[in-house]
Design a binder for this molecule. Structure first.
Ligand code: GRG
Length: 307
C-alpha cells in the first residue's frame, strides 16, 4: 500500500469514528421524556448529512499531535460539529442567507419549516455543551465549556456573523486595505473561531503545553483564512453540483469577499500564503506523526479544492 493510501485509510477511520459518535449522540435512547419526533428527525437531517467533518477531525488531530489517543476527545469532536451544524441551519434561514440547498439537499427550513429550523439550531447548540459533559474530568469539562462558549458566542462565530450581516446591509466600500482588514476580522471570527477552538479542545484534552496550544492556534488562524478565501473562490469558480449549494450568490448580493476586493489571482495568492503559514506553524510537531502528514495534506489540498 502506498503512503498516500495509508494516510487516506487513517483519515477515513477517524472520520468513521466521528460519524458513529454523532449518530450515537442523536440516539436519545435513554432519555425518558417524550421528544418531538419531528425535532429529532430535523436534528438528524441537519447533523448527519454529508459534511466533510473538518472541525471534528481537527479536534482529533489537535489531540493526537499533543500526545493523546483521541478516544477521550470524541465528545469534544461531536460538540464542535454540533455548533457548526447549528450555525449552518441558522445561516440558511430567510433572515440570514436565505438558501434552499445545503450539502447537496434541501436546507433544514425548506425540508421542514422555519420554526423547526430555528429550534433545531437551538437544540444542537445546547446538545453541544451536554456532549462536553462527557469529557474525562470536571476540570477539563469546565475549561472546554468556556473555550467553546467563547468561540461560539459574541466574541466568535455569532459576533463575526453579526458584522458580516451588518456589512452586507451597508456597502460603504472604503479603501481596499481597510476593507480587507475588516473582512479578515469578520472571517477570523465567523470561520476561524470554530476551527481554532476545535484544535484547542483536542490539545487541552491531551493536556498539551502552552507552546503546543499556541502552535495549533496559529495553524488554525491561518487555515481558517485560507479556508474562507477558497470558499469565496468556490462561490465564483466552483461547480454547483459538486459544492452542494447555490453559487454566485456573493456577487449577486454585492457581498464583500476576497475575490470581489482583490480579484481572483490575488485571492489565490493570499490563500497560498495562508496555507504556507499554517503548515509552518506545525514545525514544532514531529514530522513522523502520521496525523501531522494527513493534516499537512488536508491543508495543501485547500488550494484547488472543489467542495
Ligand atoms: C448563524 C451564528 C451563525 C453563524 C453562521 C456558517 C456561517 C456562520 C456562515 C456560512 C457562510 C460561510 C461561507 C461561512 C464560512 C465557511 C463555512 C463555514 C463553510 C461551510 O463549512 P464546510 O465547508 O461545510 O466545512 P460542511 O458542509 O463540509 O460541514
Amino acid at each position: 500500500m502506498s503512503e498516500t493510501d495509508l494516510l487516506q485509510d487513517r483519515l477515513e477511520q477517524m472520520r468513521g469514528d466521528v460519524e458513529l459518535a454523532l449518530c450515537g449522540a442523536l440516539d436519545f435512547g435513554d432519555v425518558k421524556v417524550a421528544i418531538s419526533e419531528r425535532l429529532i428527525d430535523a436534528m438528524r437531517y441537519s447533523l448527519l448529512g454529508s459534511g466533510k467533518r473538518l472541525r471534528p477531525l481537527f479536534v482529533l488531530f489537535g489531540n493526537i499531535l499533543c500526545g493523546g489517543n483521541y478516544t477521550d476527545a470524541i465528545p469534544a469532536a461531536c460538540s464542535v460539529e454540533m455548533v457548526h451544524a447549528y450555525s449552518l441551519v441558522h445561516d440558511d434561514l430567510p433572515a440570514m442567507d436565505d438558501d434552499d440547498l445545503r450539502r447537496g439537499r434541501l436546507t433544514c427550513h425548506k425540508r421542514f419549516d422555519e420554526a423547526t429550523a430555528i429550534l433545531v439550531g437551538d437544540a444542537l447548540l445546547a446538545l453541544a455543551f451536554e456532549e462536553l459533559g462527557k469529557l474525562p474530568s470536571l476540570e477539563i469539562v469546565g475549561i472546554c465549556c468556556k473555550e467553546l462558549a467563547n468561540a461560539a458566542g459574541a466574541t466568535g462565530l455569532v459576533g463575526g456573523q453579526m458584522d458580516d450581516v451588518a456589512n452586507e446591509k451597508n456597502l460603504n466600500v472604503k479603501t481596499e486595505k481597510a476593507s480587507i482588514d475588516l473582512l479578515e476580522q469578520i472571517h477570523l471570527r465567523k470561520t476561524g473561531a470554530l476551527i481554532r477552538v476545535a484544535l484547542r479542545l483536542g490539545a487541552i484534552i491531551a493536556k498539551a503545553t502552552k507552546e503546543q496550544i499556541n502552535a495549533l492556534d496559529e495553524y488554525g488562524k491561518n487555515f481558517g483564512l485560507a479556508f474562507q478565501i477558497t470558499d469565496d473562490l468556490l462561490d465564483e469558480l466552483g461547480n454547483e453540483k459538486t459544492v452542494g449549494k447555490r453559487l454566485h450568490k456573493d456577487k449577486e448580493m454585492n457581498k464583500w469577499t476576497y475575490p470581489a476586493l482583490l480579484g481572483i489571482k490575488k485571492s489565490q495568492d493570499e490563500a497560498k500564503k495562508y496555507v504556507n503559514n499554517a503548515i509552518n506553524a506545525l514545525n514544532i510537531f514531529d514530522n513522523n506523526i502520521t496525523e501531522k502528514k494527513i493534516l499537512i495534506k488536508i491543508t495543501k489540498d485547500l488550494i484547488g479544492r472543489e467542495k
